[in-house]
Design a protein around this ligand. Sequence first.
Ligand code: AMP
Ligand code: MG
Length: 408
Amino acid sequence: MYNTRMLSYVEARACVIRQTARAARKPVTVTKGVNDALGDVLAQQIRNDREYPPFDRSTRDGYAVRAVEAGAGAQLKCVGEIKAGDTVTQPLPPGACIQIMTGAALPPGADAVVMIEFTQRDADVVTFQRPTAARQNFVRKGSEARVGDLALKSGVRLGFAELALAAQVGAVQIQCSRRPRVAILSTGDEVVPITETPGAFHIRNSNSVSLAAQVRLAGGEPVPLGNALDRVDDLSAKIEFGLKEDILVLSGGVSMGKYDLVETVLKSLGAEFYFDAVAIRPGKPAVFGCCRDKFVFGLPGNPVSTMVTFQLFVIPAIDILGGAPARQLPLLEATLVKAMHEKPGLTHFLPGFFEWTGISPEVKPLDWQGSGDIAALTQANCFVVVPADRSAIPAGEKVSVLPRLDVI
Ligand code: AMP
Ligand code: MG
């Protein structure tokens, strides 16, 4: 162990953020179409090309009026209609109203829209049933954005709202950071490619599949390197290959077994370790370090341990090396519906099902066979977080919940 004290998962995450932020450089940029940039990190400033809304825009179907002329009981002649998309130049004549649709431009002179529900119409005469306030039911031109205002800052991760804003201001092609390339190397003499029929004592390489999916989901570019045997020569050669990428993620080979050689091999290649154990279960032997100027994660090989430690520790590294701030750990709070008993000393991340049942969110811990039980995790949409200082949590208590990012 390289630290005198095992880090908590919060400290370990902070360590990843600190170390990667120290090394982060301006990422190389690539041009992407706005429809292809979901999950990318913006590498330019995007400014508003025009005011928004570009005209005084009605937010209701109703009548455009001068508020002072449209008090409760007032009657005005309707002299026309304006629908969304119409070119509007003619002012509203005094003592009149114009029928207007949601999304249409107010005519010059109008200062309010009255909802159709609060009017009565008889031929071309409209009776207003309620008092009308100036400025009601429309959004003033330029109130959301002015020409030249910053719409999207460099470094934001592009979700659907950000992409919509880029589209709104006409940013069809955008500069994004190149996604960090993440080499994925599984280890283990028992691990065989998924395209092969496993022998009686072999297991298929599911970690390379889950890791690639998690990398993609986090905004990285997976670079699958297959599997290394539990032998120094094979591990060294494949690790060296992985060190060509921005990040190397290994699975397996970091426990205390005689053939857990990942740390030894990394060390022989000159690695420096920032931590090599975290006070969590599953995932305690997780390793994070730097080798030949590249960041390396050694994640424990049990599939659920690999998934949990990826979510806790690798995602912030992908964020930062991809030019974005580290995203928050999306912890939620929910009421535990079934008591839990765990050994104290480690923070547990256990499969659970989070459900919003009406009044407040609830979470049910699921039965599982331990960190090899992928099937149990497919029934789960979150991990229940049991703090290190708790050996028992009764039903009804509030607990933290870490959502599975792909299903919640
Ligand atoms: P290790 O961390 O190397 O001791 O591996 C722990 C357990 O995780 C092994 O016994 C395997 O059952 C499982 N395992 C290791 N690597 C993989 C992998 N690539 N895919 C699926 N399961 C794995
Ligand atoms: Mg192994």
